[in-house]
Design a protein around this ligand. Sequence first.
Ligand code: GSH
Length: 205
Amino acid sequence: MANLILHEYSASGNCYKIRLTAAHLGLKLDRREYDIMQGETRSDAFLTGVNANGRIPVLQVGDDFLPESSAACFYLADGSPLIPADRFDRADMLRWMFWEQYNHEPNIATIRFWMGWIGEDNLTELQRAQLPVKRAAGDAALTLMDEHLAQTPFFVGGRFSLADIALYAYTHVCEDGGFELHRYPAVQAWIERVAALPGHIAITD
Ligand SMILES: N[C@@H](CCC(=O)N[C@@H](CS)C(=O)NCC(=O)O)C(=O)O
């Protein structure tokens, strides 16, 4: 495989998904840090050279740049046991990854960022108005996960896959945004299962 560089902000769960995938696969990533609080992903150099969408993570593969955490995880894990061999299970894995991006991350990750990085007192009027809506949507996502995980040890086919990595990243730190994990016992047990797997690394690693 070509040289791999992760353009990232290391506290971001989206960036952690890629590091966690690489760790499970034993792949080495070089890391370039950008301070998103200082707008470093909005510079002309970043927009023209790394990602026109102005966001991290971006996985650089040789001279090619791949934004979007799910796409980057899929690139790294292609052909490995982190992607189910069964056709239906493979699509089901994508179902959970798309769901994470639409129903989970915009609520749970956004509230974590607002609370932990911007600070509740510094929210705009619009953010303040959106807070209860996003909290309810985040709790609905955790409830759906809890119901699913009460039936199965991992999200797809009873085996650890990219779906678990995508959902673990922001779920295990959701209390940073004030979500209460003790209300979701099957999610809590799954978090412990994922963290106990060989090859696991922490978001702070
Ligand atoms: N859907 C994207 C989300 C990327 C994203 O929202 N990145 C945030 C940090 S987690 C960012 O770069 N924010 C800085 C900015 O928007 O300027 C993914 O999964 O990679």
